[in-house]
Ligand binder design. Structure first.
Ligand SMILES: Nc1ncnc2c1ncn2[C@@H]1O[C@H](COP(=O)(O)OP(=O)(O)OP(=O)(O)O)[C@@H](O)[C@H]1O
Ligand SMILES: [Mg+2]
Length: 161
């Protein structure tokens, strides 16, 4: 399966999706999150990072652009890099911070506002599109790789989705 769409009726549903995604990640994956301000990108990421075993506070990396979290992925110590590129000013800012190197076979990279770094980012394994629908949200996930497709296939059988 390379495509999955569902309705998230409330924030708890967004959090359930984040948690579920956390359990179906593999090292090296990257996920791009799309959607307007307030669509739920950080909500989703926060619950994903907590479900992957990080117990501290997960803030939106609005000014730092990126924040690393030590987590467990498939029982192995790993790092989730959470990017929010909304305030990225130039390509130099991205490359000089060494962000490009974070997209490697070990890390999981989750990127809010990937559009701001067009041409600098490698293609992700998964695209997640969030949009407001009534009081809730609609979410569409699209897989672009073998890893992304495997992730979506296992999500399909998750009990809470
Ligand atoms: N499924 C949902 N239904 C209704 N409200 C939701 C849902 N999921 C998240 N929310 C709410 O929507 C808001 C999402 O805020 P969040 O900071 O996650 O947005 P964002 O997409 O990261 O925005 P930004 O682009 O500013 O970083 C929060 O107030 C959260 O409670
Ligand atoms: Mg955000």
């Amino acid at each position: 399966m390379s495509h999955y769409k569902t309705t998230l009726h409330d924030e708890a549903a967004t959090q359930a999706l984040g948690k579920c995604l956390a359990h179906h990640l593999s090292p090296g994956m990257s996920i791009f999150l799309h959607g307007d301000l307030g669509a739920g990108k950080t909500s989703l990421t926060r619950s994903l990072i907590h479900a992957a075993g990080y117990t501290g506070t997960v803030k939106s990396p609005t000014y730092t652009l990126a924040e690393p979290y030590a987590v467990q992925i498939k029982g192995q110590a790993s790092t989730i890099m959470h990017f929010d590129l909304y305030r990225m000013i130039s390509a130099e800012e991205f490359t000089e911070a060494g962000f490009r190197e974070e997209f490697n076979e070990k890390n999981v990279c989750i990127v809010e506002w990937p559009e701001k770094a067009d041409g600098l980012l490698p293609e992700p394994d998964l695209h997640v599109f969030l949009s407001v629908k009534g009081d809730g949200r609609e979410v569409e996930l699209r897989a672009l790789s073998v890893k992304g497709t495997a992730c979506l296939a296992s999500l399909q059988f998750a009990p809470n989705l």
